[in-house]
Design a protein around this ligand. Structure first.
Ligand SMILES: *[C@@H]1O[C@H](CO)[C@@H](O)[C@H](O)[C@H]1NC(C)=O
Ligand SMILES: *[C@@H]1O[C@H](CO)[C@@H](O)[C@H](O)[C@H]1NC(C)=O
Ligand SMILES: *[C@@H]1O[C@H](CO)[C@@H](O)[C@H](O)[C@H]1NC(C)=O
Ligand SMILES: *[C@@H]1O[C@H](CO)[C@@H](O)[C@H](O)[C@H]1NC(C)=O
Ligand SMILES: *[C@@H]1O[C@H](CO)[C@@H](O)[C@H](O)[C@H]1NC(C)=O
Length: 330
C-alpha cells in the first residue's frame, strides 16, 4: 500500500511548492489542526449507541482517524456520555473529547416553534437548532475556528475505510479544497420553501464567482427544488466558512427566520453558501473513497436530480457542474 506523508506541517509546506508533489515516506505524527466532529443527542440512548458503534468502526478501519481529535458536541450534561467516550478512547486510541455547546444553542434559537408536527417530530425545535448549528453556529466556536479542517459526521454516519482509502484532510490540503462531500441530492420541498429564491436574490447582491458550479435561476419562484450537499459527511475549510462574506450570508439567513420557521436545513444552506462563494475547483467529491453509509451507501459524485421545475433552471439553462470523483493519483 502506498503511504503518503502524513505530517501536517510538511503537507502545508508542500502546498507552497506544488511542483514537487512527491509523497514523503515519513512516519505518521499527530496533526492537531483538523478534527472529526459529531453532535450527540445525550438524551437519546439509541442514537448514542449507534454513534459509539460507528466511532469504533472508524477507529478500527481508518488509521488516520487516530491522528486527529474527535470532538463530540453535546447540549447539556454529559455525565453518562463522558465515561463512555473515555472507555472508547482507551480501547480504540481515538482522541475523543466531549464539548458542551449549550451556550451556542441557547443564543440563537427561539424557545419554541409553532410547527413541530407529530408526523414530522424529528423536524422539531431540536432538529432546527441542529440545522443552525451545523450551518453556521459551529464556526462561531473559538476552538473550532482554531482548526484548519473539520470533518462532520452524524451519529448515524457509518464511515469505513477501505485498504486504499486515504487521509481526507491530506487530500483536502493537497487540492486546496474548501469543501469535501460524498453526495448531492435535493431536500424535501416542504422544508425548502423559497430557499432557492432567497439564494438567487442574495446572488444578485454579491460578485459572481468565475467558475461557479451552480448558477441561480434569474427569477426563481418560491417552489424551486433545493439542491443540497448530503452533509452527514462533509469536510470544511474552517477559515473559509468563518470568513466575513460567509458570516454575512449566515446572518442574512438568520434574518429570514426560515431555519426555525420552515426548517431550512444545513444541507441546502451549505449548497447556497458554496454556490455563492466557491469555485468548482474548490470542491472535492469523496464519493467512493470510503465505504460510507448513511441510510444506504453514499458514493455518487454526479447529480442524481434534474432541476426541471419551470423557472428554476439556471441562467442559460445549464445544470450544476460538479467536479468528478477525486482521482487515485492525487
Ligand atoms: C482510561 O484509561 C485511563 C488510563 O489508563 C484510566 O485511568 C481510566 O480509568 C480509563 N477509563 C475508562 C472509562 O476505562
Ligand atoms: C486557539 O489557538 C491559540 C494559539 O494556538 C491558543 O492560544 C488558544 O488557546 C486557542 N483557543 C482555543 C479556544 O482553543
Ligand atoms: C422569497 O425570497 C425573496 C428573496 O429573498 C423575498 O423577497 C420574498 O419575500 C420571499 N417570499 C416569501 C413568500 O417568503
Ligand atoms: C482555507 O480557506 C482560506 C480562506 O479562503 C484560505 O486562505 C486558506 O488558504 C484555506 N486553507 C487551506 C489549507 O487550503
Ligand atoms: C430533465 O427533465 C426534463 C423535463 O422533464 C427533461 O426534458 C430532460 O430531458 C431532463 N434532463 C435530464 C438530464 O434528465
Amino acid at each position: 500500500m502506498r503511504r503518503w506523508n502524513s505530517i501536517w506541517a510538511v503537507g502545508l509546506l508542500w502546498l507552497s511548492t506544488p511542483a514537487c508533489a512527491t509523497p514523503a515516506l515519513t512516519a505518521a505524527t499527530a496533526a492537531t489542526d483538523a478534527a472529526v466532529a459529531l453532535l450527540a443527542d445525550v438524551r437519546n440512548p439509541t442514537t448514542t449507541e449507534a454513534m459509539l458503534r460507528n466511532l469504533a468502526t472508524l477507529a478500527r478501519t481508518c488509521a488516520w482517524a487516530r491522528r486527529y481529535d474527535v470532538i463530540v458536541f453535546h447540549e447539556g450534561r454529559s455525565d453518562a456520555l463522558r465515561p463512555r467516550l473515555e472507555a472508547l478512547g482507551n480501547r480504540t486510541r481515538l482522541r475523543l473529547r466531549a464539548r458542551d455547546i449549550s451556550d451556542e444553542f441557547a443564543t440563537h434559537a427561539p424557545a419554541t416553534t409553532d410547527w413541530p408536527r407529530r408526523r414530522l417530530r424529528t423536524f422539531g425545535i431540536g432538529y432546527r437548532r441542529m440545522c443552525r448549528f451545523w450551518f453556521s453556529g459551529v464556526f462561531e466556536l473559538a476552538d473550532v475556528r482554531n482548526l484548519t479542517y473539520l470533518l462532520r459526521l452524524d451519529t448515524d454516519s457509518e464511515l469505513r475505510c477501505r485498504p486504499r482509502s486515504r487521509d481526507p484532510f491530506e487530500l483536502m490540503a493537497r487540492q486546496r479544497a474548501v469543501y469535501g462531500y460524498v453526495a448531492v441530492k435535493t431536500d424535501h420541498p416542504m422544508v425548502a420553501k423559497n430557499l432557492t429564491a432567497f439564494g438567487a436574490a442574495y446572488a444578485r447582491r454579491v460578485p459572481q464567482i468565475e467558475d461557479a458550479f451552480y448558477r441561480f435561476p434569474p427569477h426563481a419562484p418560491t417552489n424551486c427544488p433545493a439542491p443540497m450537499f448530503y452533509t452527514n459527511f462533509e469536510i470544511m475549510n474552517v477559515s473559509w466558512f468563518a470568513a466575513p462574506r460567509a458570516v454575512a450570508f449566515a446572518r442574512a439567513v438568520d434574518a429570514t427566520g426560515m431555519i426555525f420557521g420552515n426548517r431550512w436545513g444545513d444541507a441546502p444552506l451549505r449548497w447556497l453558501t458554496l454556490a455563492l462563494f466557491a469555485g468548482r475547483s474548490q470542491l472535492l467529491c469523496f464519493g467512493g473513497e470510503y465505504d460510507y453509509r448513511h441510510r444506504g451507501p453514499q458514493d455518487h459524485c454526479g447529480l442524481s436530480f434534474n432541476i426541471s421545475v419551470a423557472g428554476c433552471q439556471a441562467a442559460g439553462g445549464g445544470a450544476p457542474v460538479l467536479p468528478p470523483p477525486l482521482p487515485r493519483s492525487l
